[in-house]
Design a protein around this ligand. Sequence first.
Ligand code: PHE
Ligand code: ZN
Length: 896
Amino acid sequence: MSSASQPQPILLANYTVPSYLVLKTDLTFDLHDDQTRVTALLTLQRNPQAVTDVDSLVLHGSELELESIALDDRVLTAAEYQVDGESLTLTGLPSQLTLRIVTRIKPHLNTSLEGLYQSRGLYCTQCEAEGFRKITYYPDRPDVMSEFTTRITADRQRYPVLLSNGNLVEQGELDGGRHFAVWHDPFKKPAYLFALVAGDLSFIENHFVTRSGRDVTLRIYVEAKDLDKCDHAMDSLKNSMHWDEEVYGREYDLDIFMIVAVDDFNMGAMENKGLNIFNTSCVLAKPETTTDVGFQRVEAVVAHEYFHNWSGNRVTCRDWFQLSLKEGFTVYRDAEFSADMGSRTVKRIEDVALLRTLQFAEDGGPMAHAVRPASYIEISNFYTLTIYEKGAELVRMLATLLGPEKFREGSDLYFDRHDGQAVTTDDFVQAMADVSGRDLGQFKRWYSQAGTPRIEVSDHYDEDALEYSLTFRQSCPPTPENTNKQPFHIPVKTGLLGTAGDLPLRLKDHPVDTETSDNTSIVLELTEAEQTFVFQQVHEKPVPSVLRGFSAPVKLHYSWQREDLITLMSRDSDGFNRWEASQQLALRVLHDLMQEASLATVSAATEEAIAALIDALQSVVQDETLDPAMVAYMLTLPTEAYISELATVIDVDAIHQARQYLQGRIAHALKSAFVSIYQRYDHQQAYRADARGIADRSLKNTALHYLSLLDDESWIETCYEQYRAASNMTDAMAALTRLVNTDNPLAATLAENALDNFYQRWQQEPLVVNQWFSVQAGCNLPDTLAQVKKLQKHPAFDSRNPNKIRALIGVFCNNNAVNFHRLDEQQQGQGYRFLADEIIRLNKQNPQIAARLLTPLTKWRKYDETRQQLMKAELQRILQEELSRDVYEVVSKSLA
Ligand code: PHE
Ligand code: ZN
């Protein structure tokens, strides 16, 4: 790519208010097989807020065929406007005007899945972030909010269902077998929230009466074959509506709320006003086809999109640098919802595990960016774990600092103050500051400084003074745009464990807040590079339990004694820290194992560490007060991805081998416990996707996993038996995964049988076929790459469908480190080459998916020299292509 054509970054510092407001947007879509004609009638008014008396207007537009443009009913000649591939500019405009713009687009050729496109014959739209400009010329920026009316015309037979945002105001027949529908959305909104759907869909319907008595029709539209998989999403929707009223005082505001499921979708789902469009993978669920994780994902995503109606739609973002304003807040809201629906501690463990592996890795790599970035080349690349998950952690920290009542007051003030506006993360924090009277100036650094802070903790016990002090030192490594970090304002929830349990806390110079504190946990606020807190009247040397509930997204370092970790594991009142102690203990053993020259004979010290871990796990298994889901998580070793994130240089094979070895040792040592867990489980019990059901299956399948590692073929047969007898996908998949990953001739035969049977049984269900691709792509045994390439040619694979790409290629490259990174002679660098080839193909077809798929290659700096060179060479090869902005940004930044 020549430097002249290199895409330029957009800067937050260059933000200016729009020159014109769009009071009304009236759209007409005439859908025809060869093209769609879009007529946009815009009522515009000069923005009184515009700094200067500008009389020009830039409309965004991309891949549009302009038929005509008329200003106040007068058709303009080509000399009266400037148009290029990205925009249409008008100058010398009056302060009030109308524009009538007619464009033609080709949805059937749209493979980017942005704008108006087709998915299995269905017309649908995806406009966030900048897809509306692929529909018509428009000021496609979130601070331009308008009242939309949408008229759709289409063939009546093939497209009986015509949907858009808001309420249906008119529908009827037209000549030539066509019909029309008109939708009006009374709430002004930015164009990114626009949606249109046309197709042959069926629906399930339900109702929700809001607390002020509004009767809302709820509909989930799907293909007729999927009607039996909508109940869980409907239940989740009703629960979400109720929860948002109870917990945030937020009511729904239209007469109808619709969800439409589509098979081809770049992301999980989209919160278009009144008409959410979902990836089928985030709506459809039934026990036979969907795992527990799938059920939980549906619940969470339905809630997330519903919650956006307030946090995102009623109050939206001023510009895309503020993306986390809606995403961070909404992820926090959906996480709290899921915590209330299921187990709070378990939900927290799952979220933190995700954050610490993937978000921390992002924050430590070349794509690191602040929660409110200062620049971007392509905004689609910024729908990241940092914006979503870290953004949610920032909101959680605000809630921790303010306490629940003030936080709710702050949220009420924010919604009240900014209803109908497009605002910034500063506005959000300001509302929290105003209700609490707290100075959150330093806290805002969390929004502008990228990187994961590191906290070193040291302690001292003064027996004579009965004082125990904790000293915290914080620092933050440099990130691409920001080398010199100022200290963060960090809430560190802390407790002290004595021999009889949590000690009462008396912090020197700090009055105990009797209202919010139970006296055994306190939120210490770090604001300086180094700070010491002194606890008084401490009658024994305690074990510190710091960062309870993972109260801040930081890397905490403290040199716990092994005994301390065992104490925390068995007795901490904070469930999260109990789990965390189990992970720390296991990590130490794994690190010891990775230092061993050979795993055939390990040193006495390592043996001792293994024995201590096994002892501790034994107690976990026997602890009947523990939630079975907690037991399962405590028994599960840190993932390869997490161990890799913690490593300075990732030794792919050593990590895998150490982990496999330790799993084997645990399996042998705790065999009888695992047998009894497996046997006492009631295999006939009816499936329920509730916390208890999920927890029981999770523990039982964890036990089966360990048992399958024993050199005992009867457990391989048990896996096969469980697969065959399973009445739900969770049990079927757990068993199948074990068969596929077990290096043993019997397992291989049974795996092949099961995989054949699975495909025969489920070939009509795309989402189940995706799981079939994934279980094979994730296989740790050699030869998987060849198998993946073979599966790409399988009739069920569709190289345009994002879910299929993620299931096969994504899983191989992200979740199968030993195979993706293979260095042995025949396969050296082939995983990298395979991925680069796919990216080059997808770069044209679907740039967003191409850029996302790049992630594993961008981490090249974390590997050994050989792998670094191989990975870099593939990135450089990609860079030789004519690249989309999406791929260019990721490749160039990761090579910089
Ligand atoms: N805004 C969507 C959500 O998080 C995600 C999304 C972004 C979907 C861009 C499509 C395109 O709820
Ligand atoms: Zn969202």
